[in-house]
Design a protein around this ligand. Sequence first.
Ligand code: RI2
Length: 314
Amino acid sequence: MFELVEDAAKKIINMEVRGASRIAKFAAETLKRFAERVEGNFDENMRRAAEILLNTRPTAVSLFNAINYVMGYSGKSDEEKRRDAIRRAEEFIRWVDTAKKRIGEIGAKRIKDGYVIMTHCNSSAALSVIKTAFRQGKKIEVIATESRPRYQGHLTVKELSEEGIPVTLIVDSAVRYFMNDVDCVIVGADTITVNGALINKIGTSQIALSAKEARVPFMVAAETYKFSPKTLFGELVVIEERDPSEVAPKEILSLKNVKVRNPAFDVTPRDYIDLIITEIGAIPPEMAYIVIRERLGYAELEYEELKLSAKHFD
Ligand code: RI2
């Protein structure tokens, strides 16, 4: 019965399914399929399924928010609970799709004709902004970093090439070299903390630093389910550190006195961020607290509830 969930978890761990919103949507889809089939104690089995999915990748809060959203089901009987869990999963899936479209529309207003835009990794939200601007007839160009060690930049250049958008691929260390040619930077987000800091693909913070030094606007495209309620309650975001074999070959890994480290994400402080483009508007990073409280509905009084649902996953 748990095969379906374990299979999905493997796909998230090995990054066959990747990208903060894609993994969130995939988790909601998986919980929906599981809820449709599950027999026996509904609560207990759903909790186990949620736990398996949550223990895949620790950094992107979208995964937690997706699972928490579905697990907020209620009902008197198992059948009622099943129906409600399925309904909530479908609601979350729709949220992902509509948010992306809206972010594209809002963000495109910040892109002028003739802009050169730099992006990092492969963010569906950032690409939604770029594609929308292009579809509006703006002549734009993109500079995409390769985003070692997993080379998600290759996915970005393929996607943009298919769309007909001119794009230049650069190595991650060439960011400052090209920054003077750039009109704005747009990246995605894995998590946004209550103080407006951005956690995104490793290398994002040095791009932000370089953009600030060159006075180039740095924008983040992020659905509101990328904001972290846990940080409102003081928790720190766990930065995933992946296997060193993704970074270096065996002959390097086996050298004496050599350590190879592979953090997948880094933290960009809010002072480096001009704007966060969400589905509810283009907001300054200082608004993160309001988004978490008002939009995601985590008022202080609900901390107990957050802890309760988090219990599903401990
Ligand atoms: P969307 C990715 O993480 C990148 O860090 C990207 O910026 C972020 O998710 C957001 O992607 P990974 O899964 O949700 O490649 O905007 O490690 O598609």
